[in-house]
Ligand binder design. Structure first.
Ligand code: NZQ
Ligand code: ZN
Length: 389
Protein backbone atom coordinates (compact mmCIF):
# COMPACT_ATOMS: atom_id res chain seq x y z
CA UNK A 1 0.00 0.00 0.00
CA UNK A 2 1.75 3.18 -1.14
CA UNK A 3 -0.75 5.95 -0.44
CA UNK A 4 -0.87 8.37 2.49
CA UNK A 5 -4.23 8.91 4.12
CA UNK A 6 -6.25 9.47 7.24
CA UNK A 7 -9.27 7.39 8.09
CA UNK A 8 -12.22 8.40 10.20
CA UNK A 9 -15.89 7.58 9.83
CA UNK A 10 -18.19 9.43 12.23
CA UNK A 11 -21.45 7.60 11.41
CA UNK A 12 -22.73 5.28 14.12
CA UNK A 13 -24.55 2.22 12.80
CA UNK A 14 -27.27 0.06 14.31
CA UNK A 15 -27.72 -3.14 12.32
CA UNK A 16 -30.26 -5.95 12.51
CA UNK A 17 -33.95 -6.68 12.77
CA UNK A 18 -34.28 -4.97 16.16
CA UNK A 19 -32.28 -1.87 15.25
CA UNK A 20 -35.17 0.61 15.19
CA UNK A 21 -35.39 0.43 18.98
CA UNK A 22 -32.22 2.55 19.18
CA UNK A 23 -33.85 5.50 17.41
CA UNK A 24 -35.33 6.76 20.67
CA UNK A 25 -31.91 6.95 22.34
CA UNK A 26 -30.41 8.78 19.39
CA UNK A 27 -33.24 11.31 19.13
CA UNK A 28 -32.54 12.38 22.72
CA UNK A 29 -29.27 13.90 21.50
CA UNK A 30 -30.98 16.45 19.24
CA UNK A 31 -33.40 19.38 19.49
CA UNK A 32 -37.20 19.33 19.49
CA UNK A 33 -37.95 20.26 15.89
CA UNK A 34 -37.53 17.28 13.60
CA UNK A 35 -37.89 17.26 9.81
CA UNK A 36 -39.11 13.80 8.80
CA UNK A 37 -38.07 13.20 5.18
CA UNK A 38 -39.34 10.29 3.07
CA UNK A 39 -40.08 9.21 -0.48
CA UNK A 40 -43.10 8.45 -2.59
CA UNK A 41 -45.05 6.35 -0.15
CA UNK A 42 -43.43 2.91 0.25
CA UNK A 43 -43.02 3.54 4.00
CA UNK A 44 -46.72 4.27 4.32
CA UNK A 45 -47.56 0.95 2.65
CA UNK A 46 -45.22 -1.16 4.76
CA UNK A 47 -46.08 0.46 8.09
CA UNK A 48 -42.72 2.07 8.83
CA UNK A 49 -44.21 5.57 8.61
CA UNK A 50 -46.56 4.85 11.53
CA UNK A 51 -43.76 3.34 13.60
CA UNK A 52 -41.53 6.38 13.07
CA UNK A 53 -44.32 8.84 13.90
CA UNK A 54 -45.05 6.90 17.10
CA UNK A 55 -41.40 7.08 18.16
CA UNK A 56 -41.15 10.80 17.35
CA UNK A 57 -44.29 11.47 19.40
CA UNK A 58 -43.04 9.39 22.29
CA UNK A 59 -39.88 11.52 22.25
CA UNK A 60 -42.10 14.64 22.30
CA UNK A 61 -40.70 16.03 19.07
CA UNK A 62 -42.41 18.64 16.91
CA UNK A 63 -42.72 16.99 13.53
CA UNK A 64 -42.52 18.67 10.12
CA UNK A 65 -42.57 16.49 7.00
CA UNK A 66 -41.09 16.52 3.54
CA UNK A 67 -42.74 13.74 1.55
CA UNK A 68 -42.46 12.69 -2.07
CA UNK A 69 -38.68 12.78 -2.39
CA UNK A 70 -38.34 11.17 -5.79
CA UNK A 71 -35.68 8.74 -7.01
CA UNK A 72 -32.90 11.01 -8.36
CA UNK A 73 -33.99 13.98 -6.21
CA UNK A 74 -34.14 17.32 -7.98
CA UNK A 75 -32.86 20.80 -7.23
CA UNK A 76 -36.47 22.09 -7.22
CA UNK A 77 -37.41 19.53 -4.58
CA UNK A 78 -34.32 20.57 -2.62
CA UNK A 79 -35.50 24.19 -2.56
CA UNK A 80 -38.93 23.04 -1.35
CA UNK A 81 -37.39 21.08 1.54
CA UNK A 82 -35.13 23.97 2.52
CA UNK A 83 -38.17 26.27 2.75
CA UNK A 84 -40.06 23.79 4.96
CA UNK A 85 -36.99 23.33 7.18
CA UNK A 86 -36.64 27.09 7.59
CA UNK A 87 -40.34 27.65 8.35
CA UNK A 88 -40.17 25.03 11.08
CA UNK A 89 -36.85 26.08 12.58
CA UNK A 90 -35.57 22.54 12.23
CA UNK A 91 -32.97 21.11 14.66
CA UNK A 92 -32.61 17.63 13.18
CA UNK A 93 -33.40 15.81 9.91
CA UNK A 94 -34.59 12.20 9.99
CA UNK A 95 -34.27 10.55 6.56
CA UNK A 96 -36.37 7.39 6.16
CA UNK A 97 -35.89 5.76 2.77
CA UNK A 98 -33.30 4.82 0.18
CA UNK A 99 -30.27 6.66 -1.14
CA UNK A 100 -32.40 9.38 -2.69
CA UNK A 101 -33.97 10.32 0.64
CA UNK A 102 -30.60 10.17 2.46
CA UNK A 103 -28.79 12.20 -0.23
CA UNK A 104 -31.59 14.73 -0.30
CA UNK A 105 -31.56 15.14 3.48
CA UNK A 106 -27.83 15.89 3.42
CA UNK A 107 -28.39 18.49 0.71
CA UNK A 108 -31.12 20.13 2.83
CA UNK A 109 -28.85 19.99 5.89
CA UNK A 110 -26.16 22.15 4.25
CA UNK A 111 -28.64 24.55 2.62
CA UNK A 112 -31.02 25.61 5.40
CA UNK A 113 -28.60 28.19 6.82
CA UNK A 114 -26.91 29.05 3.54
CA UNK A 115 -27.83 32.27 1.73
CA UNK A 116 -26.50 31.11 -1.63
CA UNK A 117 -28.35 29.01 -4.21
CA UNK A 118 -27.50 25.43 -3.09
CA UNK A 119 -27.39 23.98 -6.63
CA UNK A 120 -24.88 26.60 -7.77
CA UNK A 121 -22.82 26.51 -4.58
CA UNK A 122 -22.52 22.79 -3.95
CA UNK A 123 -23.19 21.08 -7.29
CA UNK A 124 -21.71 23.53 -9.80
CA UNK A 125 -18.96 25.34 -7.86
CA UNK A 126 -18.33 22.37 -5.51
CA UNK A 127 -17.83 24.69 -2.54
CA UNK A 128 -17.84 23.35 1.01
CA UNK A 129 -20.49 24.45 3.51
CA UNK A 130 -19.61 27.58 5.46
CA UNK A 131 -22.81 27.72 7.50
CA UNK A 132 -24.34 25.80 10.39
CA UNK A 133 -25.15 22.26 9.22
CA UNK A 134 -28.31 20.57 10.48
CA UNK A 135 -27.51 17.05 11.74
CA UNK A 136 -29.01 14.11 9.81
CA UNK A 137 -29.91 10.57 10.91
CA UNK A 138 -31.09 7.79 8.58
CA UNK A 139 -33.38 4.80 8.70
CA UNK A 140 -32.45 2.96 5.52
CA UNK A 141 -35.02 1.05 3.46
CA UNK A 142 -32.99 0.19 0.35
CA UNK A 143 -29.45 -1.21 0.10
CA UNK A 144 -27.25 0.21 -2.65
CA UNK A 145 -25.80 3.69 -2.49
CA UNK A 146 -23.89 3.62 0.80
CA UNK A 147 -25.39 7.05 1.50
CA UNK A 148 -26.12 5.85 5.04
CA UNK A 149 -22.40 6.06 5.92
CA UNK A 150 -20.91 8.54 3.50
CA UNK A 151 -20.98 12.23 2.66
CA UNK A 152 -22.36 11.75 -0.87
CA UNK A 153 -25.34 13.71 -2.11
CA UNK A 154 -26.44 13.46 -5.74
CA UNK A 155 -28.91 16.04 -7.08
CA UNK A 156 -30.49 16.26 -10.53
CA UNK A 157 -31.28 19.52 -12.30
CA UNK A 158 -33.77 18.76 -15.08
CA UNK A 159 -33.64 22.25 -16.54
CA UNK A 160 -29.84 22.11 -16.94
CA UNK A 161 -29.92 18.38 -17.79
CA UNK A 162 -27.26 17.62 -15.18
CA UNK A 163 -27.04 15.04 -12.39
CA UNK A 164 -24.15 15.84 -10.09
CA UNK A 165 -22.81 14.42 -6.85
CA UNK A 166 -20.98 16.30 -4.12
CA UNK A 167 -19.07 14.25 -1.57
CA UNK A 168 -19.29 16.29 1.61
CA UNK A 169 -17.03 15.91 4.63
CA UNK A 170 -17.43 14.27 8.04
CA UNK A 171 -19.73 16.96 9.42
CA UNK A 172 -22.39 16.22 6.75
CA UNK A 173 -22.26 12.43 7.08
CA UNK A 174 -25.23 10.93 8.94
CA UNK A 175 -24.77 11.06 12.71
CA UNK A 176 -26.28 7.59 12.84
CA UNK A 177 -27.95 5.11 10.51
CA UNK A 178 -30.37 2.34 11.35
CA UNK A 179 -30.02 -0.66 9.03
CA UNK A 180 -32.77 -3.22 9.31
CA UNK A 181 -32.54 -5.74 6.44
CA UNK A 182 -36.24 -6.54 6.93
CA UNK A 183 -37.18 -3.09 5.65
CA UNK A 184 -35.60 -3.93 2.30
CA UNK A 185 -37.88 -6.95 1.82
CA UNK A 186 -40.71 -4.87 0.33
CA UNK A 187 -38.49 -3.48 -2.44
CA UNK A 188 -39.60 -4.41 -5.96
CA UNK A 189 -37.17 -6.92 -7.49
CA UNK A 190 -36.09 -4.38 -10.12
CA UNK A 191 -34.93 -1.99 -7.36
CA UNK A 192 -33.30 -4.78 -5.37
CA UNK A 193 -31.24 -5.82 -8.40
CA UNK A 194 -30.40 -2.22 -9.31
CA UNK A 195 -29.15 -1.78 -5.76
CA UNK A 196 -27.05 -4.94 -5.97
CA UNK A 197 -25.35 -3.73 -9.12
CA UNK A 198 -24.83 -0.26 -7.63
CA UNK A 199 -22.96 -1.91 -4.76
CA UNK A 200 -20.90 -4.08 -7.10
CA UNK A 201 -19.99 -1.12 -9.25
CA UNK A 202 -18.99 1.05 -6.29
CA UNK A 203 -16.43 -1.61 -5.46
CA UNK A 204 -15.27 -1.82 -9.11
CA UNK A 205 -14.84 1.94 -9.29
CA UNK A 206 -12.38 1.79 -6.40
CA UNK A 207 -10.76 -1.55 -7.35
CA UNK A 208 -9.88 -0.74 -10.98
CA UNK A 209 -7.14 1.77 -10.25
CA UNK A 210 -3.51 1.72 -9.14
CA UNK A 211 -0.77 -0.85 -9.54
CA UNK A 212 0.50 -1.32 -5.98
CA UNK A 213 -0.20 -4.31 -3.76
CA UNK A 214 -2.98 -2.74 -1.73
CA UNK A 215 -4.97 -4.10 1.22
CA UNK A 216 -8.03 -2.23 -0.06
CA UNK A 217 -8.09 -4.49 -3.14
CA UNK A 218 -8.12 -7.67 -1.05
CA UNK A 219 -11.02 -6.30 1.00
CA UNK A 220 -12.80 -5.38 -2.24
CA UNK A 221 -12.39 -8.88 -3.66
CA UNK A 222 -13.94 -10.38 -0.52
CA UNK A 223 -16.84 -7.93 -0.66
CA UNK A 224 -17.46 -8.73 -4.34
CA UNK A 225 -17.38 -12.49 -3.78
CA UNK A 226 -19.81 -12.22 -0.87
CA UNK A 227 -22.12 -9.96 -2.84
CA UNK A 228 -22.24 -12.26 -5.88
CA UNK A 229 -23.08 -15.18 -3.60
CA UNK A 230 -25.80 -13.30 -1.70
CA UNK A 231 -27.26 -11.81 -4.88
CA UNK A 232 -27.89 -15.25 -6.34
CA UNK A 233 -29.75 -16.33 -3.21
CA UNK A 234 -31.76 -13.09 -2.99
CA UNK A 235 -32.80 -13.21 -6.64
CA UNK A 236 -34.02 -16.77 -6.16
CA UNK A 237 -35.72 -15.95 -2.86
CA UNK A 238 -36.05 -12.22 -2.07
CA UNK A 239 -37.33 -13.08 1.41
CA UNK A 240 -34.03 -14.74 2.45
CA UNK A 241 -33.08 -12.60 5.47
CA UNK A 242 -29.48 -13.76 5.60
CA UNK A 243 -28.82 -12.86 1.97
CA UNK A 244 -30.61 -9.51 2.27
CA UNK A 245 -28.68 -8.70 5.41
CA UNK A 246 -25.34 -9.53 3.75
CA UNK A 247 -26.29 -7.34 0.80
CA UNK A 248 -27.18 -4.46 3.11
CA UNK A 249 -23.94 -4.67 5.08
CA UNK A 250 -21.86 -4.99 1.89
CA UNK A 251 -23.52 -1.86 0.49
CA UNK A 252 -22.38 0.14 3.49
CA UNK A 253 -18.77 -1.06 3.29
CA UNK A 254 -18.63 -0.70 -0.48
CA UNK A 255 -18.91 3.07 -0.21
CA UNK A 256 -18.00 4.37 3.20
CA UNK A 257 -14.43 5.37 2.15
CA UNK A 258 -12.72 2.22 3.52
CA UNK A 259 -11.92 0.46 0.24
CA UNK A 260 -10.84 3.73 -1.36
CA UNK A 261 -7.95 4.11 1.05
CA UNK A 262 -4.64 4.33 -0.74
CA UNK A 263 -6.36 4.31 -4.15
CA UNK A 264 -6.77 6.88 -6.93
CA UNK A 265 -10.28 5.53 -7.85
CA UNK A 266 -11.91 5.47 -11.27
CA UNK A 267 -15.66 6.49 -11.09
CA UNK A 268 -16.13 6.83 -14.88
CA UNK A 269 -19.00 4.30 -14.96
CA UNK A 270 -20.78 6.56 -12.47
CA UNK A 271 -20.03 9.68 -14.50
CA UNK A 272 -21.52 8.01 -17.59
CA UNK A 273 -24.47 6.62 -15.63
CA UNK A 274 -25.24 9.95 -13.99
CA UNK A 275 -25.23 11.74 -17.34
CA UNK A 276 -27.65 9.11 -18.66
CA UNK A 277 -29.77 9.69 -15.55
CA UNK A 278 -29.85 13.43 -16.20
CA UNK A 279 -31.44 12.75 -19.60
CA UNK A 280 -33.67 9.78 -18.80
CA UNK A 281 -34.29 9.83 -15.01
CA UNK A 282 -33.64 6.05 -15.16
CA UNK A 283 -32.91 3.98 -12.04
CA UNK A 284 -29.32 4.67 -10.95
CA UNK A 285 -28.06 1.08 -10.70
CA UNK A 286 -29.48 0.20 -14.11
CA UNK A 287 -27.74 3.15 -15.79
CA UNK A 288 -24.48 1.76 -14.43
CA UNK A 289 -25.27 -1.77 -15.60
CA UNK A 290 -26.00 -0.58 -19.13
CA UNK A 291 -22.67 1.20 -19.66
CA UNK A 292 -20.34 -1.01 -17.61
CA UNK A 293 -19.28 -3.74 -20.03
CA UNK A 294 -18.58 -1.48 -23.03
CA UNK A 295 -16.54 0.74 -20.66
CA UNK A 296 -14.58 -2.05 -18.96
CA UNK A 297 -13.90 -3.88 -22.22
CA UNK A 298 -12.56 -0.62 -23.68
CA UNK A 299 -10.21 0.23 -20.79
CA UNK A 300 -9.18 -3.38 -20.08
CA UNK A 301 -5.95 -3.29 -22.20
CA UNK A 302 -4.72 -0.32 -20.10
CA UNK A 303 -5.13 -2.22 -16.83
CA UNK A 304 -4.90 -5.80 -18.06
CA UNK A 305 -3.11 -7.16 -14.99
CA UNK A 306 -5.84 -5.94 -12.66
CA UNK A 307 -8.57 -7.32 -14.90
CA UNK A 308 -6.76 -10.70 -14.95
CA UNK A 309 -6.63 -10.60 -11.14
CA UNK A 310 -10.35 -9.73 -11.08
CA UNK A 311 -10.99 -12.90 -13.13
CA UNK A 312 -9.06 -15.21 -10.82
CA UNK A 313 -9.84 -13.64 -7.43
CA UNK A 314 -13.47 -12.61 -7.91
CA UNK A 315 -14.75 -15.08 -10.50
CA UNK A 316 -12.49 -18.05 -9.58
CA UNK A 317 -11.32 -18.55 -13.16
CA UNK A 318 -8.31 -20.84 -13.38
CA UNK A 319 -5.10 -19.34 -14.78
CA UNK A 320 -3.58 -22.40 -16.38
CA UNK A 321 -1.67 -21.49 -19.49
CA UNK A 322 -3.69 -18.35 -20.15
CA UNK A 323 -2.36 -14.91 -20.96
CA UNK A 324 -3.43 -11.96 -18.82
CA UNK A 325 -5.57 -10.78 -21.69
CA UNK A 326 -7.39 -14.10 -22.01
CA UNK A 327 -8.03 -14.15 -18.28
CA UNK A 328 -9.21 -10.55 -18.29
CA UNK A 329 -11.70 -11.31 -21.05
CA UNK A 330 -12.96 -14.40 -19.27
CA UNK A 331 -13.47 -12.35 -16.08
CA UNK A 332 -15.56 -9.77 -17.89
CA UNK A 333 -17.53 -12.53 -19.60
CA UNK A 334 -18.26 -14.09 -16.20
CA UNK A 335 -19.39 -10.70 -14.93
CA UNK A 336 -21.68 -10.33 -17.96
CA UNK A 337 -23.26 -13.76 -17.33
CA UNK A 338 -23.90 -12.86 -13.68
CA UNK A 339 -25.41 -9.50 -14.61
CA UNK A 340 -27.80 -11.20 -17.03
CA UNK A 341 -28.57 -13.95 -14.52
CA UNK A 342 -29.74 -11.46 -11.87
CA UNK A 343 -31.83 -9.55 -14.40
CA UNK A 344 -30.02 -6.24 -14.92
CA UNK A 345 -30.78 -3.90 -17.81
CA UNK A 346 -27.86 -4.38 -20.19
CA UNK A 347 -28.45 -1.55 -22.69
CA UNK A 348 -29.32 2.13 -22.72
CA UNK A 349 -32.22 1.87 -25.16
CA UNK A 350 -34.26 -0.02 -22.61
CA UNK A 351 -33.74 2.90 -20.22
CA UNK A 352 -35.25 5.37 -22.65
CA UNK A 353 -32.04 6.71 -24.20
CA UNK A 354 -32.31 7.70 -27.87
CA UNK A 355 -29.57 8.19 -30.47
CA UNK A 356 -30.35 11.93 -30.45
CA UNK A 357 -29.46 12.15 -26.76
CA UNK A 358 -25.93 10.73 -27.12
CA UNK A 359 -24.08 13.98 -27.84
CA UNK A 360 -25.82 15.74 -24.96
CA UNK A 361 -25.11 12.85 -22.59
CA UNK A 362 -21.44 12.97 -23.62
CA UNK A 363 -21.38 16.71 -22.82
CA UNK A 364 -22.93 16.03 -19.42
CA UNK A 365 -20.31 13.34 -18.57
CA UNK A 366 -17.61 14.64 -16.26
CA UNK A 367 -14.18 13.25 -17.23
CA UNK A 368 -12.15 11.98 -14.28
CA UNK A 369 -8.54 10.83 -14.26
CA UNK A 370 -8.11 8.21 -11.53
CA UNK A 371 -8.67 5.05 -13.59
CA UNK A 372 -6.52 3.13 -16.07
CA UNK A 373 -7.38 5.33 -19.06
CA UNK A 374 -8.42 8.97 -19.18
CA UNK A 375 -11.19 9.11 -21.78
CA UNK A 376 -11.65 11.85 -24.32
CA UNK A 377 -15.03 12.98 -25.60
CA UNK A 378 -14.93 10.80 -28.74
CA UNK A 379 -14.24 7.74 -26.61
CA UNK A 380 -17.19 8.63 -24.37
CA UNK A 381 -19.45 8.91 -27.41
CA UNK A 382 -18.23 5.51 -28.67
CA UNK A 383 -18.85 3.84 -25.31
CA UNK A 384 -22.34 5.34 -25.14
CA UNK A 385 -23.08 4.14 -28.67
CA UNK A 386 -21.87 0.65 -27.84
CA UNK A 387 -24.09 0.67 -24.74
CA UNK A 388 -27.22 1.37 -26.79
CA UNK A 389 -28.04 -2.22 -27.78
O1 NZQ B 1 -40.02 6.69 -2.82
P1 NZQ B 1 -40.48 5.39 -2.26
O2 NZQ B 1 -41.96 5.22 -2.32
O3 NZQ B 1 -39.93 5.12 -0.90
O4 NZQ B 1 -39.94 4.25 -3.27
C1 NZQ B 1 -38.57 4.02 -3.49
C2 NZQ B 1 -38.11 4.43 -4.89
O5 NZQ B 1 -39.17 4.39 -5.79
C3 NZQ B 1 -38.36 2.54 -3.52
N1 NZQ B 1 -38.10 1.97 -2.20
C4 NZQ B 1 -37.09 2.27 -1.37
N2 NZQ B 1 -37.16 1.47 -0.29
C5 NZQ B 1 -38.26 0.68 -0.44
C6 NZQ B 1 -38.86 1.00 -1.67
N3 NZQ B 1 -39.97 0.38 -2.11
C7 NZQ B 1 -40.49 -0.58 -1.35
N4 NZQ B 1 -39.95 -0.95 -0.17
C8 NZQ B 1 -38.84 -0.36 0.30
N5 NZQ B 1 -38.28 -0.77 1.45
O6 NZQ B 1 -37.23 2.32 -4.34
C9 NZQ B 1 -37.15 3.34 -5.31
C10 NZQ B 1 -35.72 3.81 -5.41
O7 NZQ B 1 -35.31 4.43 -4.23
P2 NZQ B 1 -34.01 5.36 -4.24
O8 NZQ B 1 -33.81 5.90 -2.88
O9 NZQ B 1 -34.11 6.31 -5.38
O10 NZQ B 1 -32.87 4.30 -4.63
P3 NZQ B 1 -31.33 4.28 -4.28
O11 NZQ B 1 -31.12 3.87 -2.87
O12 NZQ B 1 -30.71 3.49 -5.34
O13 NZQ B 1 -30.86 5.81 -4.41
C11 NZQ B 1 -30.59 6.37 -5.67
C12 NZQ B 1 -30.02 7.77 -5.56
O14 NZQ B 1 -28.78 7.78 -4.84
C13 NZQ B 1 -27.75 8.36 -5.65
C14 NZQ B 1 -28.22 8.03 -7.05
O15 NZQ B 1 -27.58 8.80 -8.03
C15 NZQ B 1 -29.69 8.30 -6.96
O16 NZQ B 1 -29.98 9.68 -7.06
N6 NZQ B 1 -26.42 7.86 -5.24
C16 NZQ B 1 -25.91 8.25 -4.07
C17 NZQ B 1 -24.63 7.92 -3.67
C18 NZQ B 1 -24.02 8.35 -2.40
N7 NZQ B 1 -24.73 9.02 -1.52
O17 NZQ B 1 -22.86 8.09 -2.16
C19 NZQ B 1 -23.75 7.12 -4.52
C20 NZQ B 1 -24.47 6.38 -5.58
O18 NZQ B 1 -23.54 6.05 -6.59
C21 NZQ B 1 -25.61 7.11 -6.19
O19 NZQ B 1 -25.17 8.00 -7.19
ZN1 ZN C 1 -23.80 4.27 -7.40
Amino acid sequence: MLGNFSYHNPTKLYFGDDSLKYLKDELKNYGKNVLFVYGGGSIKKNGLYDEIIAILKECEKNIAEVSGVMPNPTSDKLNEGVAIARENNIDFILAVGGGSVCDYSKAVSVSVNCNDDPWEKYFIRFEEPDCKIIPVGCVLTMAGTGSEMNGGSVITNHEKKLKIGHVFGDDVMPKFSILNPKYTMTLPKYQMCAGIYDIFNHICEQYFSGEDDNTSDYISEGLMRGLIHASRIAVENPQDYEARSNIMWTATWALNTLVAKGKTEDWMVHMLGQAVGAYTDATHGMTLAAVSLPYYRYIMPYGVKKFARFATEVWSISCDGKTDEQLANEGLNAMESWMKEIGLVMNLKELGTTEEMIEGIADATLILNGGYKVLDRDEIVNILKESMN
